[in-house]
Structure formats: C-alpha cells, structure tokens
Design a protein around this ligand. Sequence first.
Ligand code: GTP
Ligand code: MG
Length: 538
Amino acid sequence: MCDVSFSETPVLGSEDQTPKKRFSEVQKERREQAQRTVLIHCPSKISEKKFLKYLSQHGPIHNHFFYESFGLYAVVEFCQKESVASLQSVTRTPGLGTEAAIPFRSRCFSLKLRSPSGQPSEPARVPCNSQSPPSSKKLFELLCYAESIDDQLDTLLKASQLTEENTRLRYLTCSLIEDVAGAYFPDCAVRPFGSSVNSFGKLGCDLDMFLDLDEIGKFSAHKTSGNFLMEFQVKNVPSERIATQKILSVIGECLDQFGPGCVGVQKILNARCPLVRFSHQASGFQCDLTTNNRIALKSSELLYIYGALDSRVRALVFSVRCWARAHSLTSSIPGAWITNFSLTMMVIFFLQRRSPPILPTLDYLENLADAEDKCIIEGHNCTFICDLNRIKPSENTETLELLLKEFFEYFGNFAFNKNSINIRQGREQNKPESSPLHIQNPFETSLNISKNVTQSQLQKFVDLARESAWILHQQDKDRPSPSGNQPWGLATLLLPSVTNSLSLAKKKRKKPASERIKNLLESIKSSGAEGPTDTNGK
Ligand code: GTP
Ligand code: MG
C-alpha cells in the first residue's frame, strides 16, 4: 500500500459537515488516478495473491478490482505513474500466428500464464465487481421490500447509481482513449462529461467524452516581443465546424484501426454536434466522443453542484428518470422524446419552486461567484460559484414521498403551452418560440434543450404524470402495508400496465383518462391548492 495525495472519501460529501470537493478537484484527481492505472485481461482462473505479487515488482499498488466483460479483467492502480512504464517495458506485442498485430504502446494488457502448473491446482474464482445495473425484476423486489416511499427512492438511488469502481473504469477508459488521441495531439486531454461525472449517472449509462485541445492552443497564445513573430505552421480550414469534423474523422479512424478494444466505430460528423460513437469492448461502455465541448462540461459541473447541495435531489432525479424509462418516455435512441438531461432540468426547476426552495437559481449561484469563478465560453456567460461549501443549505424539510407526488402534480398541470422552464431564474417565463416543450439552455440562453420533443410525446408525459400523481394519492388514502408480495408506492408507478391501462381507457371513454384524473385530483386537493392550468393548449 502507499501514500497517495488524495483521500478515498466519496466524491459527494454527505449532509454532515464534510467539506465537499469542487468539481475541478474531482476531475483532476480522477484523471491522475486513471493515468497510474492499467487494464489487464486475465485468464478466468488466477490466484489474486500471485497476480498482485507479480505486478508489485513494478511498484506498489494502490488499488485494484476485478470485473467480467467478455472475459475477466483487472483494473490495477499503481501508486506511481512510473510503474506503468516499468510494466510496459517487460511486456511484448503478441505474435498471433495467423493474424498480425498493429503495435501500439497501450495500457491494456493480456496476462497469459506460462505454465498452468505454476498456479495452485484450482485457484478460487476472484471476487468480481458488477458493472451492470440491477435487473428490473431485482429492482422491483428491492422496492417492494423497502419500508416507506422515502426508503424506496433511496433504495433505487443506491442500487442504480455509479459505483466507485465503475467511476474509476470510466475515467480509465477516457485515459486510454487519450493515449490513442495523444499519438497525434500529444498535449490533448480526453475528459468525461455528462452523466458519468455530473452525479446523475446510472450503471450502464453511456460514456460521454470530449477531446480537449485547449492546452495545445495555449502554447501558441504566448505573445512574442521583438520583430519576429513565430507561429506554428498549421493547416487552415474554412470554419471551426470543419476543423472539428476533420479532427474527429482522424481520431475516429485511429480508434477504428488501432484503438485496442474499440469496436463498431461510427463517425457521425454531420450532426449538430459532430461525434464519434464506438463501443469500448474491455469496459463495456458505449462511448460518444466529441471535441470542443466546454459548455457541456460546465453544464456537468452545474448539475454536480445541484446534485451535491441536497441529498433529495439525486434521489428524486433517479426515480423520475427510472419512471420515464419504464414508460418509454425516454429512449437510448435519439428521437422526439424527452431526454434524461431535460428531465433533470425539470426536477431542478421543480425544486427551485418549492417553498422554501430546495435548490437555488442559477442567477443566485452566479451572484455568489468570485473573480476566479468567472467563466465565459464562446461569448456565453457560464459563471457560477464553484465552491459548493459556500452555498447555504435549504431550510425545506419536505419528504421525498411528498416531493415525488408534487412533482407529478406540478408537471401534470404545468402550462406547457405558454411557459418555458428556466433554471437560471427559477420561474416560468413566456415561451419565446412555439416548441411544445421549452426548457431554456442555462448557458446558451437562446436555445431550447428540448426542441426535439413533439406535442404527442409531451402529452404522454403529462398523462403519465397525472396518472402517477393519482396513484400516489389513492395509496395515501388506502395505504397498502409495505410487503414483498405486492407492488406498492414507487414500484406501482414503474409497472408498464399503468401506461397500457391509461391508453386503453383513453380509447374506451370519451373524456381522456388524464382529464378525469386531473379533475379527481383537484377535488381531492385541499382548498389551498393552486388553480388548474391548461396543459395542452386546448
Ligand atoms: P444519460 O442519458 O444518462 O447519458 O444522461 P446525460 O446527461 O449524459 O445525457 P447525454 O448523454 O444525452 O448528453 C451528455 C451531456 O451533453 C449532457 O449531460 C449535457 O451536458 C449535454 N447535452 C445533452 N443534450 C443536450 C442538449 O439538448 N443541449 C445542450 N446544450 N446540452 C445537451
Ligand atoms: Mg450520457
């Protein structure tokens, strides 16, 4: 074991007094950790003790774990980066006989046992760490056995959030891709963003990464004095977009031809945000590589801050995302549906609207910012406070159960036809354009992050939200006792039959089921409730 420069405390401080790390600190630490790490494909049966002893010839090991994905793999983190080079110096490129290997100095190794007799006769199987989310059946069981709806939301969060090991594997994968990209751009960085780092990632989610070439640019930004101005000799192209497409095209080609374990490489260069999509076989991640995506990284930081401010935020977001997925409101295929990113924004907005608010507005976070937090990207103001320990916690004490119910009611009755969701100001605003769902992009404020959503998809969301609010109200009145045999609470909301019965009922009856539910809900609600709003503009 060894001394390393950072603690092994979880990324997010719990709601005790532990100081919470800044996003940039976490990124820096994780990146350094990944650079000291190697990935080893192992025979299915090995002696863990001998394996570690063998590797520690190259330096002390700080951490390791095993997992299965097309075979057994070990992630081994050395204490020092030099150990990786030492290990590389004693390994060889495989000579495969019928196939030819393209040499590349990677950090993915394959361990071959020279003589099986060197191993104990039947080494025990090493303990494997799971990188997959629980099956729907397993999750359902866990929810049925929980003690309360609050407990159900916590259970769902704990069962599906990224584990420490999965997070390490994500940063390692980016670091391995950086090795490939670094062959052409030696000072580049490949940084993860999106749900892998914003604290809302679920086991099995994709790995969004971007190729950061800013460090290279910085070298040429030095001012020179005197009569001579030395410039790098570069090739010029007509636009930033074309430069991005060319860079991604080359990197995509490198990944396809030489990238160890990179398969199914697709260059999607004509998209609004050009990307290279591929599967990283050894880690099992579906990867999306873009370039120059600094605003998306800043969005990830903002979500990380919101997720860390109050423990109810992540629990609620995970449940809402799971609910949406269970009813096919979201999909892994891009299309006319709501995205997880939009759902997260909706939850944040809802929590800003509570009284007292559970989350502050983005404008408030900008007001708290110091000079060092100032951040303008491509002319967009992305400034907000980065030290989350300076943000006052909320005084709101509402339970998760109440918040879930109110979330469905709030959006079941939201005037989507008139209003836009805006987390910068934390209040509804008139929609600047006619898209059915308008969620203002927090940094590029003239953009709508949910422009793709059609009226029918929005209506499906509204109908299901109303139905779910109704179910929770009904259960309140006639609460089934939590039991492992019967679905109840959150588990009922995830049942696919909810959607089916709703659409069936809609076909059978003249008045849409959701309208009847809305009226029933209003009649149940206490007199202090807000007046009804027209949700579909009809
Ligand atoms: P998953 O569904 O778990 O992958 O969530 P995600 O947050 O990673 O979403 P996704 O992979 O679709 O996108 C990755 C990141 O890109 C998001 O976290 C956002 O920062 C950004 N992003 C996604 N969609 C949009 C969009 O429509 N507009 C803008 N401005 N950014 C987006
Ligand atoms: Mg993603």
